[in-house]
Design a protein around this ligand. Structure first.
Ligand code: SRM
Ligand code: SF4
Length: 618
């Protein structure tokens, strides 16, 4: 393959960016800029020559498996995190060995769509070149490889590129993978929403040539005095102050959890046609234990825009956050803090000015659901879509030792999930869609292929009839052993914990009901516990803060109920709370039963978080 064909796919995507505003440098109102010594990440981004740093040199340094500190940060914008297996860290230290450095890669996949050919390619790479042998579906509709050693990193990018995939801007201080309500071919609106998710993703991508130079051996584009100001017209030479997250969502589904995102476009339709979006700005879930300047925050509704204004608004929100976001303190750098600092109206007016668009009053919509529709659904085009429940998003052929060592639920022992999906990919004519609940949709199945696909899915443990609705309503982040920030177990803890919650529900004759339960190994909140009815947030080994009171639609942040509990103590609490819920909950005239998250607020067990910043710590 020549260098030019090798780099074509990523380059085409970058080239698809259309600059909506001819000039995107503004007279930045200095009153809105936080003054003080800038965080060190600002220096390294600025000095990086548009994301190059000395990554290429580090790659050739085989004495260490890791990257030097600046490149450790920079490779994130290329979609990778340096990690090591925490289960073996102490042992290696004892043997005076450096940690077994490797990288985790996160692919860019707007709306989570991947073709069977692409799937088979990543399946093969995971098997041959990752230490865990798994494909991990994430809470943001993409997949991660864990455990790729330095000598295989370039091969990994070239392999992805050979099938039109990349990992550009899936991490770091840029706009991340753009989410979109899955099952997009279920209706015309879903298809249009998905098209916008792709356009927004491409519009906001970094334009630097660094990715294709380093990983795909493209010729270097020199930075000169003449071109330096035009290399990154949207993101700028210092990129954004912090990560930035965007979604396109089709109500009443809120399966991508808008309130976890800096910017969301809520699809508004009329007579089956997408006519525009309500724009939500400033959501985010992360916090730091013991630091009340950090908090989860719901997004604010700025108003309605017509579809034609989508890219201009996306760009204006990003550039306003670029110029006004806090570059001094990274803990307060996300858009949610910028909004609270400068004021919602001030931020919104600036966005209108930059985009040359005025927000109209918001159009009505409602979010009622978040879970994926597990099983088959029929699409408007006569095709069928099968949503598979993938516990924790971990696509792996589970072995006996996984159960002994990692305390997985014993009944999962027959799961050969990875082989199963690969076998389906070999015969599937549609595509796959990853969901933001870490599940996988086999999309676009013709009537005559349904039976064969279902047979394979059952054969490999991808469909199990005894999976409870509680299990499919539960989610955890990765945490140990790969996440360097994990304080408590999450993914490895959840299956067994859910079994115990199932038992409590059964005892109360509630087996056909579910509570949205989410576990996250630290307060960064990757498992979105801060939008759960019951949220566990890791504090230390087998210690969690217990939050209660989110709602089904994902529009309410839960509140702390008790701190620093062991998992046994949490089960004791849930045992008594669920018993109360079963007997004291309200049933409406239409027969609708009060949800657990609503009950705990009405019963005064926790107070409602109405205004994030004010009520969350009250
Ligand atoms: Fe996350 C960092 C995993 C979704 C908030 N997240 C991390 C890192 C990369 C740890 C690190 O910085 O070294 C974790 C890697 C673990 C591993 O071994 O794979 C990690 N985050 C994940 C994933 C894989 C969780 C999962 O189980 O699926 C999700 C990948 C998403 C993706 O494909 O892009 C993931 N992370 C989220 C979400 C949920 C969401 O976006 O819907 C959040 C909360 C929403 C938000 O941003 O407010 C989230 N992750 C964070 C944060 C806190 C950011 C902040 O505002 O302070 C960090 C730490 C940081 O950035 O400093 C973090
Ligand atoms: Fe790691 Fe914390 Fe994110 Fe879990 S929530 S993946 S422990 S950073």
């Amino acid at each position: 393959m020549t260098s030019s064909t090798k780099t074509a796919s990523v380059k085409q995507k970058i080239a698809q960016q259309v600059i909506v505003n001819q000039t995107n440098t503004y007279d930045v109102n200095q009153e809105m800029v936080v003054q003080g010594k800038q965080a060190d990440n600002e220096r390294l981004k600025l000095e990086s020559d548009f994301l190059r740093g000395t990554i290429a040199n580090d790659l050739n340094d085989r004495i260490t498996g890791g990257f030097t500190p600046d490149n450790f940060q920079l490779i994130r914008v290329h979609g990778m995190y340096q990690q090591d297996d925490r289960d073996i860290r102490a042992e290696r230290q004892k043997q005076k060995l450096e940690p077994l450095h490797n990288v985790m890669l996160r692919a860019r996949m707007p709306g989570g769509v991947i073709t069977p050919k692409q799937w088979l390619t990543i399946d093969k790479f995971a098997k041959e070149h990752t230490s865990y042998g798994s494909i991990r579906l994430t809470t943001r509709q993409t997949f991660q490889f864990h455990g790729v050693l330095k000598p295989n990193i370039k091969l990994m990018h070239q392999t992805l590129n050979s099938v039109g995939l990349d990992s550009l801007a899936t991490a770091g201080d840029v706009n991340r993978n753009v989410l979109c309500t899955p099952n997009p071919i279920e209706s015309k609106i879903h298809q249009q929403a998905y098209d916008w998710a792709k356009k927004i993703s491409e519009h906001l991508l970094p334009r630097s040539n660094a990715y294709v130079e380093i990983w795909l051996d493209d010729d270097k584009v020199e930075t000169t005095e003449t071109n330096k100001d035009s290399i990154e017209p949207i993101l700028g030479a210092s990129y954004l102050p912090r990560k930035f997250k965007t979604t396109v969502v089709v109500p009443p589904q809120n399966d991508i959890d808008v309130h976890a995102n800096d910017l969301s476009f809520v699809a508004i339709s009329k007579n089956g046609q997408l006519i525009g979006f309500n724009v939500l700005v400033g959501g985010g879930l992360a916090m730091t234990h013991g630091d009340q300047s950090t908090y989860p925050r719901k997004a604010d509704d700025f108003g309605f825009i017509e579809v034609g204004d989508t890219l201009a608004i996306a760009e204006a929100v990003v550039t306003t956050q670029r110029d006004w976001g806090n570059r001094v303190n990274r803990k307060n750098a996300k858009t949610k803090y910028t909004l609270d600092r400068v004021g919602i109206e001030v931020f919104k007016t600036e966005v209108e000015k930059r985009a040359g668009v005025s927000f109209a009053p918001s159009r009505p919509y409602e979010f009622t659901e978040r879970g994926d529709r597990i099983g088959w659904v029929a699409g408007i085009d006569g095709k069928h879509h099968l949503t598979l429940f993938i516990e924790n998003g971990r696509i792996l052929d589970f072995t006996e030792s996984d159960f002994q060592e990692k305390d997985f639920d014993k009944k999962d022992q027959t799961k050969q999930l990875k082989t199963g999906v690969a076998e389906i990919a070999k015969i599937h004519h549609g595509d796959f869609r990853m969901t933001a609940n870490q599940n996988l949709i086999i999309a676009g199945v013709a009537e005559q292929d349904k039976a064969q696909i279902e047979k394979l899915a059952r054969q490999y443990g991808l469909i199990k009839d005894d999976v409870s609705i509680q299990r499919t309503s539960s989610m955890a982040c990765v945490a140990f052993p790969t996440c360097p920030l994990a304080m408590a177990e999450a993914e490895r803890f959840l299956p067994t914990f859910v079994t115990k919650v199932e038992n409590i529900l059964e005892k109360n004759n509630l087996s056909d009901e579910a509570i949205i339960l989410r576990v996250t190994g630290c307060p960064n909140g990757c498992g979105r516990a801060m939008l759960a009815e019951v949220g566990l947030v890791g504090k230390g080994p087998d210690r969690y803060n217990l939050y209660l009171g989110g709602n089904k639609g994902g529009t309410r942040i839960p509140k702390i109920y008790q701190e620093n509990l062991t998992s046994a103590a949490i089960l004791t609490e849930l045992d008594s709370l669920i018993a109360r819920w079963s007997t004291e909950r309200k049933v409406s005239e239409s027969g609708a039963k009060e949800a657990f998250g609503d009950f705990v607020i009405r019963a005064g067990i926790v107070s409602e978080v109405k205004v994030s910043k004010r009520d969350f710590y009250d």
